[in-house]
Ligand binder design. Sequence first.
Ligand code: ZN
Length: 61
Amino acid sequence: MPQYDHTCKKCKHNFVVEMRISEVGNKEVKCPKCDKAKDVERNVTNTSYWSESVDRYRWDK
Ligand SMILES: [Zn+2]
């Protein structure tokens, strides 16, 4: 399962979340440090290659 880099803008905590491609954008990611979800930002730079349609097909299986 791909891992996604996240940054909490509230407390500046960086953490990694494992989730399926289909969950990205749907699943609410909470900061493990301050438990806030709305200030969490996904760092797309590290994960941009997962958005290729070929990889998406593979990881949805
Ligand atoms: Zn936080």
